[in-house]
Design a protein. Structure first.
Length: 46
C-alpha cells in the first residue's frame, strides 16, 4: 500500500530536513514537493 506523508509546521522548524531524512531512509520512490514551489508555479499561471 502506498503511503503519503504530509509535513506541516512553522517556518524554520525543520520540515525540509525531516523530509530529506525520510527520503534517505525510505528510498528513491519518495517525491518531495515544497509548498513554496507549488505556489510560485500556480501564481505564474494567473
Amino acid at each position: 500500500m502506498k503511503k503519503i506523508f504530509l509535513i506541516r509546521g512553522n517556518s524554520a522548524c525543520g520540515k525540509s530536513s525531516t523530509a530529506q531524512k525520510l527520503k534517505a531512509e525510505l528510498g528513491t520512490s519518495i517525491l518531495l514537493l515544497q509548498q513554496d514551489e507549488i505556489r510560485k508555479h500556480m501564481l505564474a499561471r494567473s
